[in-house]
Design a protein around this ligand. Sequence first.
Ligand code: PEP
Length: 252
Amino acid sequence: MRRKLIAGNWKMNGLKADSLALAQAVFEKSANQTNKSFDVLICPPMNVLGMVAALPHNDVLIGSQDVAETVKPNGAFTGDVSAAMVKDLGASCAIVGHSERRQYHHETDAVVCQKAENAIAAGLIAVICVGETLAEREAGQALDVVQHQIAESVPANATAQNTVIAYEPVWAIGTGKVPTTDDVAQIHASIRTKLAEKLGADVAENMRILYGGSVKPENAKELLSVANVDGALIGGASLKADSFWAIAEAVM
Ligand code: PEP
């Protein structure tokens, strides 16, 4: 039985005061919700990651939005933050391969795979993002693109404990557009099939596959009830504790 994961990606948003208030509000909502049937993750930007992780946060997981590509835990890599440093700040997860990293920083599947390996080696859970562009979907290539990304971006030592997949169609991120539930079901099933080929049936069966892309309180229940959808990765709607938590409550 896969426990659903509700994950917030704050992206490059928030100065100290606002971020700490948002984190605090999420922690309070989580603390008030006894016997949760889902896990909660927030991924603040690097400027506040350590401060957020230093707050008492009970069972809410804290993650970074990226880790450095180098396998070295430290060294002459100006501007980079290693997985070991992220772990040292108190985080337990790291998003890698978000489409904004793939697009704006030209991260290839090989880079994403290396980053996932670094996260895992540091003891973090890697949240590996995949998803097709609009042009790829319109060309009928969505399944192939996503399967290829899974084949190339997921490290060979990925397990259901150290890795989560997030399917995020690029054209659905921040646009208010969402795929049909049939399309989501088809891609998620194909991801699980590809994971089984790569990692074995047992790992594939237990690995969580999140959906991301314009998840809102209004569509959360429908998306979260699709077969093989094991949670959500939420951008815009995670920047308000109320809307983030309303999505989490859709799990129940
Ligand atoms: C994201 O960037 O991971 C995301 C899903 O964004 P949004 O929810 O705003 O579409």
